[in-house]
Structure formats: C-alpha cells, structure tokens
Design a protein around this ligand. Structure first.
Ligand SMILES: NC(=O)c1ccc[n+]([C@@H]2O[C@H](COP(=O)([O-])OP(=O)(O)OC[C@H]3O[C@@H](n4cnc5c(N)ncnc54)[C@H](O)[C@@H]3O)[C@@H](O)[C@H]2O)c1
Length: 376
C-alpha cells in the first residue's frame, strides 16, 4: 500500500480488451478523473488496444514488449478479453495470466457484498446480509503450464495437467487472508478438498493452519469445496473472509457474483501487495458477446474495480466516495437490464458521476433517455 500524496500523478495502463470491456472503460475513466481532481490525484492514461482483435491482426494478444510497457505504469485497469472464434485459452494465457504472474499479483481479491437497492436471487432470512471477501491465490495452483498430451488422435490419447502448490505461494495467500480477517474482526473459511485430492489439498490445509498460528484471534475453519459452494447459497451470511486456491477461488467468485445480484457489478483486484509491481483491477465479468454493442452493459463492476484501485493507492476516502456513489445510483433505481432496470451503460455511469459532483442522483433524468441524445 502506497501513501497518499498531496498532488500525485498516477500512471495507469488502460486495457479495455474486447466486447463490453470497451464499453465500460471510458465512463470509468471519467469517474476516476472527477474523483481524482478532488483528492489530489492526477491520472496519466496509457491506452493499449490489446485484445482478441489485436490477436487476429497480429497473432499476439499484446506486443512482444507488452509486459515491459506495463512495467512503466503504476497500476493497470483491465476491461475484459475474449471473443468468439479466438479460443479462450489464447486470450487468458496471452494476456491475463502473464500479467498476473510477471507482476507477482499473487492475490486476487473479490468482495462479495450485497449492495443496497439490489435484490439477491437468494431468499435471505430477515437480518441476513451478504458481505464477505474472497481471497483467491492467483499465481499457481491448478492453473499451471505443467503437463501435456500424448498419442494425439489415437484411442490411447491422454492429457496430464499438474497442479503446483508451493509453501511460499500458499503461505502468502493465507497470510494476506488472515490479516484481512483480523482487521475485519471475523473468521477465515479455507476452501479444501483434502478428502479427494490427497497431496496438494492436505498440504494447503497444513500451511494455512501453520500460518494461522501468528493470528490467534482469527478462527480458521476448513470447508470442502462442494459443501462450501452449497453454503454460499444456503447461508452466505456466515462468511467473512474466504481463502481459496486459484481454481476453487475462480469458481466460488462467479457464484459470489451471482448471489449479489449480477456478475455485472462484481469487481476484482489482482494485487501485488508489496507494491513492487503494478497491480491490476478488473471486473469479474467477461466480454459478454451476447450483449456487446447494445450499450446496456452494466458498468458498475468496472467502476467498483476502479474504487478498489483507489484503495490500493492509499486513497481510501476517494475509493469510498466512488462506492457511495455506486450505492446511491442503485438505491435511486438507475440500473441496467441485468439488474432488472432499463438504463443504459451511459446513464448508469452518468448517475454515478452526478452523485460524485452534486451529491444527488436524479433517477428520472437518468432512467429516461434524453431525446436529443443519440442512443448508443
Ligand atoms: N477476465 C476476463 O477478461 C474474462 C472473464 C470471464 C470470461 N471472459 C471471456 O469472456 C467471454 C464471454 O464469457 P462468458 O459468457 O462465459 O462470461 P461473461 O461474464 O462475459 O457473460 C456471462 C453472462 O453475464 C452477462 N454479463 C456479463 N457482464 C455483464 C455486464 N457488465 N452487464 C450485463 N450483463 C453482463 C452476459 O451478458 C452473459 O449473459 C469468453 O471469451 C470468456 O473467455 C473473460
């Protein structure tokens, strides 16, 4: 975490990516500029058109020196990548995973919080709330390059994929999650599957519990991933911080996004907690080809991710202002269709911006398109 400075210039690499990633990025930059101007933060944007479209043109998701270019930035904002016709492993391994690994973004932080003004698809009991954080290990685990295929195209064909769990990798994820649980005054749920996966998962459990000895105030409980997934649906109020391996965390957080109303509002931060390298902030959702180009993508996941970037920069007050504006927008009923509303991407972003500048959201104006304005 870096300390705030009175007039600070922050260089942010901006990668909108594909599909709705390109639609939710511009309004988010406008919001950052507005909040930054009132908190002594000046942004210099480094725009990159790296995407599946870039891949079809050049054969690469990003240029050969892409990571060197990103290393010049303080932080990275990403929209989403993925496009029909380009295999998903190309977009993931050609851009996202190299960034996460090269810059040691070993924590993937994903808040799962039911915002005011949103109804969960779950039937919550009276007084039950959803407000927890998933800490996903982001550099190793099940997403490894170790493995291969043999006897391709024959009846004997097979594939082997090795998981990689290191003491250092598990310990630093566990420590981050334990510190967070300690600061929130809550407990830690650790995702495991030690009954079926008999080498890596007992190792994960062991390292989590060894690390927890430094945090006597945090109660740690292991949950098998299958039972844990069921409890996300049946009793989400019991969780405060959840720590999980790369794959388990990936799956759990899409479920987390679903129970808070829409994947369109869920944010994530790929953190290099020591600040030695840029961290990367992105919404949980993908490029949503089914709605791309219609101007109805929910921008709140991207905007919330930007608020997480402000927190990471040490500007928590600015981050909280953005989040308060998001909440006010939802309470005023300015919502895109994924949340049951009729507002466009621009209208939702404008409502957030209006709250930042005037402290008010005008739901009527925001929900009804101005006839003078061309509809996107
Ligand atoms: N981090 C990333 O860049 C990332 C993450 C997930 C998927 N992807 C890629 O995105 C592409 C599409 O994947 P998918 O369909 O499985 O997941 P997706 O998140 O793109 O879409 C899933 C569903 O949620 C809806 N949705 C998602 N974001 C929304 C938003 N902001 N507002 C309103 N509705 C929204 C979509 O319309 C779709 O019905 C694939 O190529 C995939 O690889 C990329």
């Amino acid at each position: 975490m870096q300390s705030p400075d009175a007039s600070r210039k922050v260089t942010v690499a901006v990668i909108p990516g594909d599909g709705i990633g390109t639609e939710v990025m511009d309004p988010t930059l406008r919001i950052l500029e507005e909040v930054g101007s009132r908190h002594g933060l000046q942004f210099a944007w480094q725009h990159h058109d790296w995407s599946c479209e870039h891949y079809t043109r050049t054969g690469r998701m990003m240029p050969e020196d892409g990571l060197d270019q990103l290393a010049q930035a303080d932080q990275i904002l990403l929209g989403a990548v993925g496009y029909p016709g380009v295999p998903d492993h190309v977009s993931l391994w050609g851009l996202l995973i190299p960034i996460r690994r090269t810059f040691r973004q070993y924590i993937n932080l994903r808040p799962v919080k039911l915002m005011p003004g949103i109804e969960s698809p779950l039937r919550l009991r009276d007084g039950q709330d959803i407000d927890f954080v998933v800490v996903r290990e982001n550099n190793e685990g099940e997403y490894s390059e170790v493995g291969g295929r043999m006897y391709r195209g024959t009846p004997e064909e097979f594939a082997v994929q090795e998981s990689v769990f290191t003491r250092r990798g598990v310990e630093r994820a566990a420590r981050y999650a334990l510190e967070l649980a300690d600061s929130r005054g809550g407990g830690l749920a650790s995702a495991t599957k030690s009954n079926g996966i008999v080498h890596t998962m007992p190792f994960w459990d062991q390292v989590v519990h060894e690390t927890a000895k430094d945090f006597p105030g945090v109660h740690v409980r292991d949950y098998h991933i299958d039972a844990l997934s069921a409890l996300f649906v049946l009793d989400p109020g019991r969780f405060d911080v959840v720590v999980a391996s790369n794959l388990f965390g990936d799956i759990l957080t899409d479920l987390g996004a679903a129970i808070i109303g829409s994947i369109g509002i869920a944010p994530s931060g790929n953190l290099n907690p020591e600040g030695e390298f840029p961290s990367m902030f992105e919404p949980v959702h993908g490029s949503a080809p089914d709605i791309a180009g219609q101007g109805i993508a929910n921008p709140l996941g991207q905007i919330w991710a930007a608020s997480m970037m402000l927190d990471h920069l040490g500007h928590e007050r600015a981050g909280a202002e953005v989040l308060a504006a998001v909440e006010a927008t939802l309470v005023a009923g300015v919502k895109t269709p994924d949340l049951g509303g009729t507002a466009t991407t621009t209208e939702v972003a404008d409502a957030v911006l209006a709250h930042l500048t005037t402290g008010r959201v005008d739901p009527g104006a925001a929900a009804t398109p101005d006839p003078e304005e061309p509809t996107p």
